[in-house]
Design a protein around this ligand. Structure first.
Ligand SMILES: *Cc1c(COP(=O)(O)O)cnc(C)c1O
Length: 373
């Protein structure tokens, strides 16, 4: 089946008990045993599994074309479960510009726990090769990366990991399964913040890990989900499932509108630089064209005049909301360096934009008036 059809149907069916067309939410924490002590319906206790979460996991497995999926209460909990499935002494290679929460988990929480990480510029595949060690067990990929939307060649880096006997994981949050197919490119695991495009309405936090193969490592991830317990509520799973139904159409519109904004901004005299892989002038364009179906709904631009000029533009917008996060229906703008705080490598002149579902001409007019001195 094609992606649009999977987005509407995967993991879901008409409720056999009631005929309800929209999937019910199952809040029950516990499930009945048969007189012989068995659980013939497969559910025992909601931290281990529950029907609403199982539906979301089946949907995500099918959307990415994997063998299985696990859902979490946030992508950070999903990341922690993957890292918990490694062992102290193992080595990880990760991009210097991974999501800042991922960097924190690796640098702080899991460094103390005994995991060693080498951070590299992953747009340079040879840097990944140089970082490998005999103990390297995981190569963490995130592409497009935030907030410069750099592109990692997933096929190349996944092959390097495989040759070294390590797994590769691709954080596919920004691209979504609509634009990028990490399993087709050779990745072993895919991670999503469903908080962003999959949920799609800015009203639910969640994370998912999908695996290409149901192997020993995957069983450790499943156990980490059940034992560490960073699981999503049934209502949150239902909200993500509801969001996914419109995912392909939202992401396509958001990508088309982001490209228009990027083109307009690139020609604006007050804009110093536009970071968007869809612009032919972008250093990321060639790899992005090869591995993505469109270039996504996220872009950044730098305002001439540095921090104060950028803050003044963000202060003047009327239609965009000044807020962090992305992937919802309303367009957001943020001064990224101040969100990331101390240690941020993001230029002070940079504003990050999440393109929503408003008419692009209204967005262009709003940025135009905000950029007028
Ligand atoms: C937001 C985000 C995360 C973390 O998601 P949470 O649900 O907030 O934990 C991880 N990776 C990427 C690329 C993200 O954008």
């Amino acid at each position: 089946m094609r992606l649009e059809t999977l987005a509407v149907h995967a993991g879901r069916r008409v409720d056999p008990a009631t005929g309800a067309v929209t999937m019910p939410i199952h809040p029950s924490t516990t499930f009945e045993r048969d007189p012989d002590g068995s659980y013939p319906r497969g559910f025992l206790y909601a931290r281990n599994s529950n029907p609403t979460r199982a539906a979301l996991e089946a949907c995500m497995r099918d959307l990415e074309g994997g063998a299985d999926a696990t859902a979490f209460g946030s992508a950070s909990a999903a990341t922690a479960a993957v890292l918990l499935s490694l062992a102290p002494g193992d080595h990880v290679v990760a991009p210097t510009d991974a999501y800042h929460g991922t960097l924190r988990l690796l640098r702080e929480t899991f460094a103390t726990w005994g995991l060693e990480t080498t951070f590299v510029d992953m747009t340079d595949a040879s840097a990944v090769e140089r970082a490998l060690r005999p103990a390297t067990k995981l190569v963490w990929i995130e592409t497009p990366s935030n907030p410069l939307w750099k592109i990692v060649d997933v096929a190349r880096v996944a092959a390097i990991a495989r040759d070294a006997g390590a797994r590769s994981l691709c954080d596919n949050t920004v691209a979504t399964p609509v634009l990028q197919r990490p399993f087709d490119l050779g990745a072993d695991l895919v991670l999503h913040a469903t908080t962003k495009y999959l949920g799609g309405h800015g009203d639910v936090l969640g994370g998912v890990v999908v695996t290409r193969a149901d192997d020993d490592f995957w069983q450790r991830v499943r156990r980490a989900q059940a034992t560490a317990g960073g699981v999503p509520s049934p209502f949150d799973c239902w909200l993500v499932l509801r969001g996914i139904q419109t995912l392909p159409w939202r992401v396509r519109a958001q990508s088309a509108h982001a490209l228009r904004l990027a083109e307009v901004l690139a020609g604006h005299p007050r804009v110093e630089a536009v970071h968007y892989p869809g612009l032919p002038a972008s250093p990321a364009h060639d790899v992005a064209r090869r591995q993505m179906r469109a270039f996504g709904g996220m872009l950044s631009f730098e305002v001439r005049g540095g921090r104060d000029a950028a803050m003044a533009v963000a202060a003047k917008v009327r239609l965009f909301t000044r807020a962090t996060s992305f992937g919802g229906t309303e367009s957001l703008i943020e001064h990224r360096a101040s969100i990331e705080g101390a240690g941020s490598r993001t230029p002070e002149s940079l504003l990050r934009v999440s393109v929503g579902l408003e008419h692009p001409d209204d967005l262009i007019e709003d940025l135009g008036q905000a950029l007028t001195v």
